[in-house]
Write a protein that binds this ligand. Structure first.
Ligand SMILES: Nc1ncnc2c1ncn2[C@@H]1O[C@H](COP(=O)(O)OP(=O)(O)OP(=O)(O)O)[C@@H](O)[C@H]1O
Ligand SMILES: [Mg+2]
Length: 571
């Protein structure tokens, strides 16, 4: 909670104002029964009308002030809690932006979404309760008790006897409910995961006619969540009858014992009337406190889940005074081994490579041979487990992260476009790029021919995930976007798989012709895609099995020969 409270920041003032005005409201509410009791006794004693009028006026003023303090407290409370939630959400968002790929692997996307939405909402509600009701409850309890003691003496002690009883009952209820809620949040994540996955892949679901199966799966998840929620709520709802039982018992006692005292002339009617009001206030505040307790029980789990994200240390740290300039695009792998997270098996083992600046390198290998893993180490999307990766003569860990990533453009295998125009998407590569540069980049990536055919050309709106573009069109736009970064190293991870062979060859020759100084690493499934490369690296099971030009590998490597033959037999 302390970690979370750091997000209050500029909302400290309303966060303090709320309890202050709540306290003033409580003072007014506690004084009112006192004046009423005086009024009742004065009437019984047959006082003058002027005196009654004065007390009446005083009561009205106090009631009005209590209302005013209540309104101010309410406003401050809303400002503070909504502002706190806003800050907390943006702190969470910022923390997630700092995550490396390794950190992202730990949390599922759905779970992060739940934390940013539902969990922050729970904490916001609890915060509101804390600064308003959690202050109001104990204050009211103390004030009302003091006033009850002044008015009724020892009879007020009855109210105190209920406190330990209720505390034990509440403790037991919370102890029972806590693990149920913890489990519930996990089910929430599972449900959100299922919704996200399904909506993301809705086309696949339809293509495979799996709607009924998905509906059943969803109904099961939703049903499970509902059952769990019902159980948790049932436990918490025990709180209410327990509270009411206590209040009713205490009230019956006060009335019974109080009437006896009135009959024996130890107390007067005014005192009994105010005692009952104070009793209601004490027990009412106990009831409110129990509600706060329930809210905090709920929010505690949410707070823990939020703190988990805030406390997550980014696996890849930006070095202090990191190098900002890359001298050239040369790359060296020194005995590099790598494994994902806590996996036992190495995805890459003992990789040694020397790539000259400005050369074109092809990487070939079967599915799962760690081609993508290898290139992700160059721009520090992951850090090596052993060995080192050097770029431009320095270890990648010595570079300022932003400078390194600006100089190493990676077109990832699973590429994303964002909703917006084609131009807006391309400007992601370089927000200051001129129209002429944008067109040049699109020309090299062979994207210009289809953009020019669109009625709105570069202003064509791209839907979410680029769903109004073909696979090949998307890939070409992603390449153009990377080219706009003017990188020293360009990595294309299977980025022309959906492009026809002719265009594929055209893109490669353009890259060679227009960007001779840029190191180009091209991962491909088809040997024809990388045939012209200066060096082709053959990966298998995370190890470099062979490296050389196409001709050299054809002569010297059996596996390469086999792949080449199998890919060309049809032709
Ligand atoms: N984020 C990840 N967490 C854990 N393991 C992973 C992760 N990404 C990849 N792997 C594992 O690492 C190995 C290499 O995967 P990688 O994606 O590098 O293969 P690839 O050669 O690019 O395959 P493809 O040709 O299908 O793209 C695989 O066994 C895969 O299961
Ligand atoms: Mg891959």
């Amino acid at each position: 909670m302390l970690k979370l409270l750091a997000s209050v920041r500029e909302y400290k003032k309303p966060s303090l104002e709320a309890p202050l005005y709540v306290s003033l409201e409580v003072v007014m509410e506690c004084l009112i029964p006192f004046i009423i009791s005086r009024l009742v006794n004065n009437i019984r004693a047959g006082c003058e009308f002027r005196e009654l009028l004065l007390d009446g006026a005083l009561l009205i003023i106090m009631a009005f002030m209590s209302l005013l303090f209540g309104i101010i407290a309410g406003n401050a409370c809303s400002t503070a809690s909504c502002g706190f939630a806003k800050n907390l959400r943006s702190d969470l968002f910022r923390a997630i932006q700092k995550f490396s790929f390794g950190n992202i692997d730990k949390f599922s996307t759905a779970s992060l979404v739940t934390r940013l939405t539902t969990d922050v909402n729970d904490v916001q509600q609890a915060y509101m309760m804390i600064i308003r009701t959690a202050i109001r409850g104990p204050l009211m309890l103390v004030f009302a008790f003091i006033m009850a003691w002044i008015m009724g003496g020892s009879i007020a002690l009855v109210f105190l006897f209920t406190v330990p009883f209720l505390a034990v009952a509440l403790f037991l209820i919370a102890k029972w409910a806590m693990p149920v809620f913890r489990n519930l949040f996990k089910k929430y994540d599972a449900l959100n995961n299922s919704i996200q996955e399904n909506i993301h892949a809705i086309r696949v679901v339809k293509a495979f006619v799996r709607e009924d199966y998905e509906k059943e799966k969803f109904a099961l998840s939703a049903g499970n969540l509902c059952n769990e929620f019902t159980f948790a709520e049932k436990i918490l709802s025990l709180n209410n009858p327990v509270m009411h039982f206590c209040i009713d018992t205490v009230m019956i006692f006060v009335l019974y014992y109080g009437s006896y005292k009135v009959l024996s002339s130890e107390l007067d009617v005014g005192q009994i009337a105010s005692l009952i009001t104070y009793g209601m206030q004490i027990l009412g505040s106990l009831m409110r406190l129990s509600m706060v307790f329930v809210m905090i029980t709920l929010a505690r789990e949410s707070a823990l889940r939020i703190a988990e994200v805030l406390n997550e240390v980014p696996e890849i740290a930006n070095p202090v005074n990191g190098i900002k300039e890359l001298s050239d695009g040369s790359i060296t792998f020194h005995d590099v081994s790598f494994r994902y997270g806590s996996n036992r098996n190495f995805a890459l083992s003992h990789v040694n490579l020397q790539i000259n600046s400005g050369s074109m390198i092809g990487i070939i290998g079967g599915t799962g041979s760690s081609k993508s893993t290898l290139v992700q180490l160059i721009s520090r999307l992951y850090d090596v487990s052993e060995g080192s990766v050097m770029v431009g003569g320095h270890d990648v860990r010595e570079y300022d992260l932003a400078s390194l990533r600006n100089n190493v453009a990676v077109v990832l295998q699973k590429n994303e476009l964002f909703s917006g125009t084609i131009r807006e998407n391309l400007l992601w590569g370089d927000s200051s790029a001129t129209d002429q540069r944008i067109q040049e980049a699109c020309k090299i990536a062979c994207a210009d021919e289809f953009i020019e055919r669109l009625p709105e050309k570069y202003n064509t709106h791209i839907e979410q995930n680029g769903r109004n573009l073909s696979g090949g069109q998307k890939q070409r736009l992603c390449i153009a976007r990377a080219l706009l970064k003017r990188p020293k190293i360009l990595i294309l991870d299977d980025s022309t798989s959906a492009v026809d062979t002719h265009t594929d060859a055209l893109i490669k020759s353009s890259l060679r012709a227009y960007m001779p100084e840029v190191t180009k690493i091209i991962i491909a499934q088809r040997i024809s895609s990388v045939q012209e490369a200066d060096k082709i690296i053959l990966l298998e099971g995370g190890e470099v099995k062979a490296a050389g030009t196409h001709e050299e590998l054809l002569k010297s490597n059996g596996i390469y020969n086999e792949i080449y033959l199998s890919q060309n037999q049809g032709g």
